[in-house]
Design a protein around this ligand. Structure first.
Ligand SMILES: Cc1cc2nc3c(=O)[nH]c(=O)nc-3n(C[C@H](O)[C@H](O)[C@H](O)COP(=O)(O)OP(=O)(O)OC[C@H]3O[C@@H](n4cnc5c(N)ncnc54)[C@H](O)[C@@H]3O)c2cc1C
Length: 564
């Protein structure tokens, strides 16, 4: 790929076959796959700078220090069901998108997630049996595994070794890991040991897998996919796409409008074949609405002429919701000397900075039917957990001397509340209104409550008895449903895994924004490929489902133009 810092530098004589708006997780996969055809010329337009200009991105242990300058720094509208709190909503503004600043956790979701997406959309290509080989093929696991001893931490038979995206399993061991493994034996009904959480049935406690190279660097969409491409991809950074435009008076949206800043001149470029919108779950609906594709009444109110009336644009926004727990512990802290660790990373790409997290395990819990508060199952099927525990860190208390604190996030994976993305004016530089509408549905609160109680059982096990002194948050006397509900509503936040703001639906459905071939309904020449089209949250984190959808889209796009 060739990177251009300014549109003035783009070669005059290039007619691009495809223009990809947004050089993020999905956008760079699609661009790279299309570029495998050397006849096709592809332009990617990315709002942020190149990821290689930001040192912190490459170092897994600096994930918390990535500068705000490469973040969209969104804030949600006040959340009615969280006591009116507004939440930060992080999204990366840099080449590679959120794959450049995320927590690097590698999870594919469950077999039933993919089968449900196939059922909802009518695309059998999305079935687990079809997607597993694709996800394996894009993966590079296993290089140098003898150096990073991961035996017993992963099942290599579910992983590929020749793909672009590097994957490693946790290879260090801290005492907390041993107690967790003991607990999997003691409480095997609720917390069975799971050798590989990416085998389609992610229920139990297992070792975390990461998109990190065996050389201790983040593997993101830019570092994994772009180096394998030729000169037929041009990547224009620091440039914002403001709208997609029709060619002539029809609904053939093969033109993009872009600019460097709000007051700068706007330019337009037309793709010979297609425009692929890949701005992510917030920006893609924003760009569509600014382009006149959305709900007529809402667009008219802010003076945008409706070109395609579709009330589903920006609706159905879904995210996972997390609450936090803290336990007083005698376990050693996971803190380390960051300066020394960075020197070690600079020297050899090893040590604590070569890892994204210290505690090495994730727990995935499926609730029994009688714990679902009489609701129908919000998860996609029996292979899908309802709750995740992410074991954060063990660190000295900031409020009480001589106390050490274990932090744990409890996540409701399959929320039923739905939010929205909408516009308050027609300026493409105004942040959209982001309403997650978290905890609007009672069942979402009750699942988190069950999660809190489940974590209490885990840390009351014999395995942890000598190491956990008690619970700090929620307070130990918070035992009733009412107390826990109040704690959850005051502490809950988004897990930053938003999807479905431009949900895919079957062709001719009365809802949804894109067809199973990723084309925007009511248009031609325009597809959306990113998290916004995934119809529901997976039983896991979202980057790998996003990569999976992008791979599927790439196949469908290439098939459309097979003979050209
Ligand atoms: C803090 C955080 C931690 C996370 N941790 C994990 C994790 O550990 N594991 C996991 O699986 N998932 C994780 N996720 C989620 C996962 O990273 C995302 O779901 C996924 O990367 C989204 O991919 P995308 O292609 O939809 O969007 P993005 O990757 O966000 O790509 C969109 C790109 O488009 C660009 N763009 C947007 N608007 C415009 C415009 N108008 N013009 C030009 N360019 C534009 C953006 O700058 C961005 O580069 C995390 C997310 C966050 C925010």
């Amino acid at each position: 790929a060739i990177i251009y810092q300014h549109s003035d530098n783009l070669p005059d004589n290039t007619d691009y076959d495809f223009i990809v708006a947004g050089g993020g997780t999905a956008g760079l996969v699609v661009a790279s796959r299309l570029a495998e055809n050397p006849q096709w010329k592809i332009l990617v337009i990315e709002a942020g700078p190149s990821d290689s200009d930001v040192f912190e991105i490459a170092v897994p242990g600096l994930v918390g220090s990535i500068p705000k300058a490469v973040n969209w720094n969104y804030t949600t509208v006040p959340q009615n069901h969280l006591g009116g709190r507004s939440l930060g909503y992080s999204r990366a503004m840099v080449l590679g998108g959120c794959s450049s600043h995320n927590g690097m956790i590698y999870t594919r979701g469950s077999r039933d997630d993919w089968n449900q997406w196939a059922d909802i959309t009518g695309d059998d290509g999305l079935r687990w049996s079809n997607m597993l080989p694709i996800m394996e093929k894009m993966e590079q696991f296993g290089r140098d595994v003898t150096f990073l001893d991961v035996s017993g931490h992963i099942d290599p038979s579910f992983h590929g070794s020749n793909g672009a995206l590097s994957v490693t399993a946790s290879y260090t061991n801290v005492s907390m890991n041993n107690y967790l493994l003991q607990a999997t034996e003691e409480l095997s009904d609720e917390f069975p040991f799971k050798l590989d959480m990416n085998d389609g049935q992610p229920i139990g406690i297992g070792w975390t897998q990461y998109t990190i190279t065996s050389n201790g660097e983040r593997s993101n969409a830019a570092s994994a996919f772009l180096p394998r491409t030729g000169d037929n991809i041009h990547v224009l950074v620091n440039t914002r796409v403001t709208r997609v435009l029709p060619v002539g008076h029809g609904s053939d949206f093969r033109k993009v409008e872009f600019t460097v800043d709000a007051n700068g001149p706007k330019k337009q470029l037309r793709a010979k074949k297609e425009v692929i919108l890949a701005g992510g779950v917030i920006s893609s609906p924003q760009i569509l609405m600014n382009s006149g594709i959305g709900e007529r009444a809402a667009l008219e109110m802010i003076g945008i002429k409706t070109l395609v009336d579709n009330p589903s644009v920006g609706k159905n926004f879904s995210d996972q919701v997390a609450t936090s727990m803290r336990f007083s512990t005698t376990l050693p802290t996971t803190n380390y000397d960051a300066i020394r660790a960075l020197a070690q990373w600079n020297e050899s790409h090893t040590g604590p900075m070569a890892q994204a997290a210290a505690l090495n395990h994730l727990a995935w819990i499926r609730l029994p039917d009688n714990k679902l508060a009489g609701s129908s199952d919000p998860a996609s099927g029996q292979s899908s957990p309802h709750i995740e525990f992410q074991f954060g860190k063990i660190s000295p208390s900031i409020t009480s001397q001589n106390e050490t604190v274990l932090s744990v996030s409890v996540i409701n994976l399959h929320t039923t509340s739905r939010g929205s993305i909408s516009l308050s004016d027609s300026n493409p530089f105004t942040d959209p209104n982001i309403d997650l509408n978290l905890l609007a549905e009672e069942v979402d609160v009750s699942i988190l409550r069950e999660g809190v109680r489940s974590a209490q059982r885990l840390f009351s096990s014999t395995a942890f008895k000598a190491h956990i002194n008690g619970m700090i948050a929620p307070a130990v006397n918070f035992t009733s449903d009412e107390d826990l509900n109040a704690y959850i509503r005051s502490s809950a936040g988004s897990y930053l895994h938003g999807v479905a703001s431009l949900s895919m639906s079957p062709k001719n459905a009365h809802w949804g924004v894109v067809d199973p071939d990723f084309y925007v309904k009511g248009t031609s020449g325009l597809r959306v490929v990113d998290a916004s089209v995934i119809p529901s949250v997976p039983s896991g984190h979202t980057q790998i489902p996003v990569y999976g959808f992008a791979e599927r889209a790439s196949v469908l796009i290439a098939e459309t133009y097979r003979s050209t």
